[in-house]
Design a protein around this ligand. Sequence first.
Ligand code: ATP
Ligand code: MG
Length: 553
Amino acid sequence: MSSDNTPAPKNFIRQIIEEDLASGKHTSIHTRFPPEPNGYLHIGHAKSIVLNFGIGEDYNGSTNLRFDDTNPAKEEEAFVEAIKEDVRWLGYHWSDLRFASDYFEQLYDYAVELIEAGKAYVCDLSADEVREYRGTLTEAGRESPYRNRSVAENLDLFARMRGGEFEDGTRTLRAKIDMASPNMNMRDPTLYRIRHGLVHHQTGDAWCIYPMYDFTHPISDAIEGITHSLCTLEFEDHRPLYDWVLDNISIACHPRQIEFARLNLEYTVMSKRKLTQLVSEGHVNGWDDPRMPTIAGLRRRGYTPESIRQFCNVIGVTRSDSTVEMGVLENAIRSDLDVHAPRRMAVLRPLKVVITNYPEDQVESLQGPNHPKNEAMGTRELLLTREIYIDREDFREEANKKYKRLVLGKEVRLRNAYVIRADEVIRDEVGEIREIHCSYDPETLGRNPEGRKVRGVIHWVSAGKGIPAQIRLYDRLFRVPTPGKDGDFLSDLNPESLSVLTDCVVEPSLARVEAGARFQFEREGYFCRDIEDADDGRPVFNQVVSLRDSWGG
Ligand code: ATP
Ligand code: MG
């Protein structure tokens, strides 16, 4: 990505590619990202996207987006569209958009080739029987009684499978490899199965037999001229089958499969099955809930594409499985927003302050810098009035010297404004603090009072001019680093992962900001304007991340 500040770090896959270019084995590099459209993309997919598309860009090659859509029972057009949006949002451009289902006819022809060569057969064993015949890791399997059917009979049966003559589960097409192989994947794996009554989002009802992943994937890669087929480590044991398929059909291209470790993140889950369950059972508010590790969730939370790419570069690509701390992801967005997010003031838990010596109807226009370290970002207008809000946490009737906020009888500075002193606490009938009466020193705008030391600086918003808002604070979605380790992952959900603060007040300059706009609310953290307003019409701001790492220890 040209817009990133750091180049992608070298890794063992890039090393292989550079050697292949240097040796002349390849003159251009072609990769693909092959999601199954059965859910939304998550941060683990981002690792694969950054790897595949990053290589396509850096080696003057190309990268296809290919939907691995061979299981119509779980796949949907809506997921196809969401995945395309997420890849684009991450900043990548595919050369070709493909569907494995584009190749159904070719795949069928290659299956016929295997049958003609005596390397595949139609098997009548049921799924349970196939499992039983397969043997175990310590015991060789047994050959199917249908293994030695003639080529003619296999061709006939396979054509009739396609023709819809047989029920689901009654027949499969299997590769004829080696029932004694120490690699279970090589014990006559299934290549095709019968699935009636499904509507495929691309091919409709044209097919009632569907090819398996291990047959579809190598051929799709080869058809597209992929040079390096990058996948996660659990496919290492499938590589012999990937190679077997390509070695036994008449296709010239033979991509090299290379495996890398999947990304695991603490305090969340990444399997699409589990994410689907969180959504369908209402544990979260949809795929783009800001607590979700999906790309859509991270986007709504306020992550930038740059921060996600940066995160992927920081974690790197290796062959050893590991679990990354959530703090690493958060650091990526924090350091991005620290540089780019304009500063604003927002009061999350309002406490009214009346500045008793401030003129009743005065509205004073002050200026606050948008960024303390970047003058080029300019300033925004702040409106000071006699009544303002400060945060409840920023006032105490008594406190020791470590408390650098407003204390009864003591002074504090209002950020970008004057020094005030707390004179009196006004209580309601039940004794709760209702408001604080303060006085301000008009000589302290932009300069320190003479001969007195002010404890600290707090943020504030004009009571009359501020904008009511809803602010949503997020905590980890799960209470434990590895959800589901000791039982059902749902029982590890954090019941306090979302806190909704409904009575916040934000500074007037936030009256009209676009969905997705990100800010630092001074002393509070980074926040992002949500895509929807609250039910009561107030704008909603999502907490992206705290100001400092709160995960350690
Ligand atoms: P899940 O188990 O969540 O369903 P999957 O691997 O089945 O994941 P796919 O849609 O098939 O999901 O994945 C598309 C690509 O993304 C594959 O190449 C896969 O290896 C890669 N990928 C998926 N999850 C991760 C992860 N956690 N880390 C790195 N790459 C991943
Ligand atoms: Mg999959």
